[in-house]
Design a protein. Structure first.
Ligand code: CP
Length: 309
């Protein structure tokens, strides 16, 4: 596997294999502690991050490897006008695998042309976030025991939320998934995903405005932050940012085994009173992000079979 730019770059079988490997790492992490000895991961973040960058670094360190990189564009030569392609070409001379985040949609695909090492998209603008999707799929598999026969509600900023776009694409390949989109009309799921994915594959979906109208139906509710950084007009952001605040009252009629997910960071979308509820799984996602990225790094470096017995 030489790149991961879009979740659809992975077959269902490859996703299953990554989830199995992550589960084995969870069960016996010591077995994997030296797998990436002498390997270097570069994390190039042209846009802020807490979880994705640090979980990639934690993953590589947990595999016995080393890390280098930058956490903002301002500390790289991109401020002098260097292109993203030249930056990746350069860093691929210093590392064995690269994870990059960029505010421009498609930047990792452009950079891929000059990378001499495997390249992972760690989020490109409002487009895709495939490793968050792997994290989410591992979480769903661990919590529900399956990736099919589920009703999933996506709530919040469905227009700009790249984690939603990526997870929707990935889940569209499993059988009997019902999608419920909960958003204000200004932040509806993009037309191209409705036309080219949901309608093209004849998938079951509906669009609503209120959580309370659908909460009873859901197996999963996937909350998202309104993406301030993608708005052109601050007034629009201020008007929409607190449209949905999930609290205990709003989930009182949910299924007992509902799971509440959020890729984080959270601003106001989930009241902190929900954090200790057994349905809350968003910090389990954080934990799973480390394990699935360990599995991904090993697989992309073709080291998944180099394990201590
Ligand atoms: N989920 C996620 O991408 O979080 P960060 O922006 O903190 O990396």
């Amino acid at each position: 596997m030489k790149y991961l730019i879009d979740p659809m770059d992975l077959s269902v079988k490859e996703i299953d294999d990554l989830i199995s490997l992550a589960q084995d790492i969870i069960d016996d992490p010591k077995k994997y502690q030296n797998v990436c000895q002498n390997k270097i991961l570069a994390t190039l973040f042209f846009e802020p991050s807490t979880r994705t960058r640090l979980s990639f670094e934690s993953a590589m360190l947990s595999l016995g490897g080393k890390v280098l990189g930058f956490s903002s564009a301002s500390s790289s030569s991109s401020t002098k006008g260097e292109s993203v392609t030249d930056t990746i070409w350069t860093v691929s001379c210093y590392s064995d695998i690269i994870a990059m985040r960029h505010p421009k949609e498609g930047a990792p695909l452009v950079a891929l042309k000059r990378s001499k090492v495997p390249l992972i998209n760690a989020g490109d603008g409002g487009h895709n976030h495939p490793t968050q999707t792997l994290t989410d799929l591992l979480t769903i598999k661990r919590e529900k025991g399956r990736l099919d026969n589920l009703t999933i509600g996506f709530c919040g900023d469905l227009k700009f939320g790249r984690t939603v776009h990526s997870l929707l694409k990935a889940m569209s390949r499993y059988s009997n998934i019902k999608f419920v989109f909960i958003s204000p009309k200004e932040l509806n799921i993009p037309e191209y995903l409705k036309k080219d994915l949901l309608e093209a594959k004849n998938l079951d979906y509906k669009e609503v405005h209120k959580i309370e109208d659908v909460i009873e139906e859901l197996d999963i509710i996937y909350m998202t932050r309104v993406q301030k950084e993608r708005f052109f007009n601050e007034q629009d952001y201020i008007r929409l940012k607190d449209t949905y605040i999930l609290d205990l009252k709003k989930i009182e009629n949910s299924k007992k085994d509902l799971i509440i997910m959020h890729p984080l960071p959270r601003v106001n979308e989930i009241a902190t009173e929900v954090d200790d509820d057994p349905r809350a799984k968003y910090f389990d996602q954080v934990q799973n992000g480390r394990y699935i990225r360990m599995a991904l790094i090993m697989t992309m470096l073709e080291l998944q079979n180099e394990v201590e017995k």
